[in-house]
Design a protein around this ligand. Structure first.
Ligand code: SAH
Length: 367
C-alpha cells in the first residue's frame, strides 16, 4: 500500500527535527479525518516515548495572585474585569504551598500569576525564591513581561525556567487579541532576554481562537523552532463570559476545541522532537481525560494545581476550570490514576529538565 500525502509528511517529520516547511505543518494541523488525526498523534506519542520514556514530569502549579496590569481581551483576570475578587498570596503562603509540592514529591513548582512590573513585586518574588531554595525544587516562573534586569535577579535568586506564552506568532492576530498598548515585539524581546539570562525558556500559544487559521498555527510551530525554545505550553482558547473576546467567539464546541489542542501538541512534538510539552489544564476543562489525551498526543509534562482551594476560584482565566474543590493531595492522586490508565507513570524526584535544554548545554560546552 502506498503512503498517503499525510502519512509521508508524518514520516518526514519522524526522520529528524525541524524537517517540515510551513505548508507541511499546515497540512499536519488540518487532518481530514479520524485516521489522519490518529496517525499524527501515534507518531508524536512514539517520539515522546523515545525522548522521555513512558513517564510524565509533574510540576506543582501555584497561582500566586490574580492582580494584573494587562488587559488581554480573552483573559478572565484582565485588569478591566471588575467582577473578579483580587488576591495576592504573601511570602509565607507561597512558601507553604511550595513545601506542600515538595512533600507531595514534585521536583518542580511553577509560580504563576498576573503581570506586575514594580520594584516591590520584583523584591517580593526574589524573597519567595530565596525562601524556597532549601526545598530544592526546580522553580519555574510565569509572571509575564519584565526587564532583563528583573529576569536576571530572579534567576540569581533561584528560578530555573520561565514560561511566557507568545499567545500567537501572528502579529496581526495578536493585535486583535490585545489593546494597542500591548506589544508583540516586546514579548519576543522578553523571550530573548530570558535566554540570555540562562533560563530554560518556555513559550506557547492558544488555539481555537476566533479567526485563527491553520496557517497561523503552522507559523506558531515554526516560531517555537526559530526561537529554539526548551518548553512549550499550549492550550485551546476557552471563552470567559466577562471578557470582550467572548462576544466574538466562533462557538466551537468543547470537543472541537480539544481536538484542535491535541492536533497542535502532535504537530509540535513531530516538528521539535525533544522539547518539554505541557498538557495544559485547559485540555482538562474540555474533557475529564483531556490531559491524558494530551500525553497520548505527545505531551510529557503535567502541572497539577497545588494552590489552596480557597484561591482557585479567583484565578479563573476561562470558564469551566477543573479541580476547583480538590486539594493538592487529591489532585496528585487523581492524576496518578489517570496516567496509570494509559500505561504512563508520573516522574517524581527528578527535576524534569527539557532534553532540548540539556542537549544545548552540551553543545555549548563542546563548542
Ligand atoms: N500573566 C502571565 C501568566 C498568566 S496567564 C503571563 O502573561 O505570562 C497564563 C496563560 O493562560 C496565558 O498565557 C494564556 O495563554 C492563557 N489564557 C488566558 N486566558 C485564556 C482563555 N480564555 N482560554 C485559554 N487560555 C487562556
Amino acid at each position: 500500500m502506498t503512503a498517503t500525502a499525510f502519512e509521508s509528511i508524518v514520516e518526514k517529520a519522524l526522520a529528524k527535527p525541524r524537517n517540515l516547511g510551513v505548508e507541511e505543518l499546515e497540512r499536519l494541523l488540518s487532518p481530514a479525518d479520524a485516521a489522519e488525526r490518529e496517525c499524527a498523534r501515534a507518531a508524536a506519542y512514539s517520539l515522546k516515548c523515545r525522548y522521555c520514556g513512558r513517564k510524565v514530569s509533574m510540576r506543582g502549579l501555584i497561582e500566586i495572585g490574580n492582580v494584573c496590569a494587562k488587559d488581554c481581551f480573552y483573559c478572565g483576570i484582565r485588569r478591566s474585569n471588575s467582577s473578579v475578587r483580587r488576591y495576592s498570596l504573601d511570602v509565607a503562603g507561597i512558601v507553604r504551598m511550595a513545601e506542600k509540592c515538595a512533600a507531595l514529591g514534585y521536583a518542580s513548582a511553577v509560580l504563576q500569576g498576573g503581570e506586575m512590573e514594580s520594584e516591590a513585586n520584583t523584591a517580593f518574588i526574589e524573597e519567595c525564591l530565596l525562601r524556597m531554595r532549601p526545598l530544592g525544587l526546580g522553580v519555574t516562573l510565569s509572571l509575564g513581561e519584565q526587564t532583563e534586569e528583573v529576569y536576571a535577579r530572579w534567576k540569581k535568586a533561584g528560578a530555573r525556567r520561565y514560561l511566557l506564552r507568545i499567545e500567537t506568532s501572528d502579529r496581526e492576530l495578536y493585535s486583535r487579541l490585545h489593546p494597542a498598548s500591548h506589544s508583540w515585539e516586546r514579548r519576543v524581546e522578553c523571550l530573548r532576554s530570558l535566554r540570555r539570562c540562562g533560563y530554560q525558556v518556555g513559550t506557547g500559544v492558544m488555539c481555537a481562537l476566533p479567526g485563527q487559521t491553520a496557517r497561523q498555527l503552522a507559523g506558531d510551530v515554526k516560531f517555537f523552532g526559530d526561537e529554539d525554545v526548551d518548553m512549550i505550553g499550549m492550550g485551546p482558547y476557552i471563552p470567559h463570559p466577562d471578557t470582550p473576546l467572548a462576544a466574538k467567539d466562533e462557538g466551537f464546541d468543547a470537543a472541537t476545541r480539544l481536538e484542535k489542542g491535541l492536533d497542535l501538541i502532535a504537530a509540535t512534538r513531530l516538528y521539535l522532537h525533544d522539547v518539554n510539552i505541557a498538557a495544559a489544564t485547559a485540555l482538562q476543562a474540555l474533557a475529564p481525560d483531556g490531559r491524558e489525551r494530551g500525553v497520548l498526543a505527545g505531551a510529557n509534562v503535567i502541572m497539577p494545581n497545588a494552590t489552596d482551594v480557597e484561591y482557585r476560584k479567583a484565578y479563573t482565566l476561562y470558564s469551566g476550570k477543573p479541580c476547583m474543590e480538590e486539594n493538592a493531595t487529591a489532585c496528585r492522586g487523581c492524576l496518578e490514576r489517570r496516567l496509570e490508565s494509559i500505561g504512563e507513570a508520573p516522574l517524581y524526584g527528578e527535576s524534569g529538565d527539557s532534553p532540548h535544554f540539556a542537549a544545548r548545554q552540551i553543545r555549548a560546552q563542546e563548542g
